[in-house]
Design a protein around this ligand. Sequence first.
Ligand SMILES: Cc1cc2nc3c(=O)[nH]c(=O)nc-3n(C[C@H](O)[C@H](O)[C@H](O)COP(=O)(O)OP(=O)(O)OC[C@H]3O[C@@H](n4cnc5c(N)ncnc54)[C@H](O)[C@@H]3O)c2cc1C
Length: 530
Amino acid sequence: MYDYIIVGAGSAGCVIANKLTENPDVSVCLIESGPENRSKLISTPLGIGGLMWHPKLNWRFFTLPEPHLNNRRLYCPQGRVLGGSSSINAMVYMRGQPNDFDLWASLGNKGWSYEELKPYFDAQEWWTDEERTAPKDSRVRISKPRYINRLTKVFLESSKDVGLPVYEQLLNQECFGSGVYALSQVEGRRCSSADAFLTPVAQRSNLRIITGATVCKILLSGDRAVGVRYRKGNNLLEVRCHEELILSAGAIGSPYLLLLSGIGPEDELLAKSIEVNHSLPGVGKNLQDHLDVTVTHKCNTQDTFGLSWPFLLKFMGEIKKYHQSKTGMLCSNVAEAGAFTYSSPSSPFPDLQFHFTPAFLRKHGFSLDALGHHYSLRVCLLYPKSRGEITLNTENVYRGPDIRFNYLAEEEDLTKLLSGLKQAREILNSAAFSKFRVDEVYPGVDIQSESAMKEFIRRNAETIYHPVGTCKMGKDPMAVVDPKLRLHGMSNVRVADASVMPTIIGGNTNATAMVIGAKAADLILENSLS
Ligand SMILES: Cc1cc2nc3c(=O)[nH]c(=O)nc-3n(C[C@H](O)[C@H](O)[C@H](O)COP(=O)(O)OP(=O)(O)OC[C@H]3O[C@@H](n4cnc5c(N)ncnc54)[C@H](O)[C@@H]3O)c2cc1C
């Protein structure tokens, strides 16, 4: 019997486990479906290429056919390992824009404005280039990139060509412009939420970490959770708690577990023959993500990450270099630089984000037409209006969730992404790239009319991996948790991960997921004191 059970050791879950176990009198059981985070693919930044489709460290979800993307089923990677998605992500560290959080507060979520969250961001960050002395508490280490590809520097030059201000580091999209990204890395290695918050406290006697254990049901007694049932290998096991159950299984995992436990929209549960334990219509709804489209050019030098004999030879040397000094190409997070711009002059704040990659990146790095050398500029829409949902699988509820993002259901989203595609083309066609440019491979020179570009988007757009919103925080009938992250209608269940964001933030989501974890821990401790 534990005081608290946390389901999911991802970006948020690791922070919560750390903070709750600071008090030796509090016992916590942290349950993670994936294994420990020991793989070199995780610690080596460029290992992200091998993590994208990893059979053990990644859930490798696919969506249902997306009706507005020509019924394509989109690949949706999510981390399944200690550290969760922060162990497989691209390590871009970004707070999000103050307006994003002020919007949450204005929706009735007291305590979630930027001013109120800023202390949490400040407290979780260790900017290793500026503060040499280690802080006493656990923090995520953030560094300037150790490696910047030659073509990434050209991208920064090209930004000037098109009138974008260039910053030394691109931290928040509040600064319209471009720059290299700050990275959650330390001395050339990834710093995941597990590295920052779990590893340093893993030996605490009041913390039990169970890996390889997939929770399949919340055990209830009236309006209280008393424990969870989980599968480990061929065994079905149970663990109990007497204070609180905290779901940190991510924007796909948390609503899925609630639905499996009979907590969700009544009609949907009944249709799948699941006993309704608690009717909560918003569970799994309000799914939001950043949809991304890529412009790719062939490069006439061998500087970018590519498939050629000279590059492979060079790469062998780079492996040695990395092992000796943790420098060089293997420190690259691939998405080395980016930019924020407006989709139209009437946009109140930047609503497009760019990621420049000195590589060919179709199909999440799994494309066989990548022979040779390329560079790509990806652009995503930051504030989509379209909403999707997580539901139970029609044939077998235990086969995993049904995911439908419903991308581009709103025509306005397509119009804005089209503006992004045009801007991405303009940047890659600017003078700075003239020495390197061969052909535009995607969309391709034939695709010039607006209707052809829209069709290109429908055929090719992909996720840039930021699902949120499926257990949204708020007070309206579709809210799943209240501003203290307590599940509406239950007395001791909280959700704390990316799923509680009522609206998606305008930037990469990992830093905010960790802040949600830190704030959740405070709310839980505040409750235990009272
Ligand atoms: C490929 C990729 C690249 C990304 N790049 C960036 C980036 O560069 N910068 C950035 O800021 N953000 C990035 N993100 C997004 C960011 O990493 C996520 O938003 C963030 O990690 C979400 O945190 P979370 O705590 O909500 O969920 P997660 O970190 O995904 O954690 C959920 C955990 O719960 C576990 N779990 C789920 N279900 C169960 C169950 N039933 N039983 C037990 N355990 C369970 C999972 O295995 C996982 O470990 C990226 C994401 C991906 C997938």
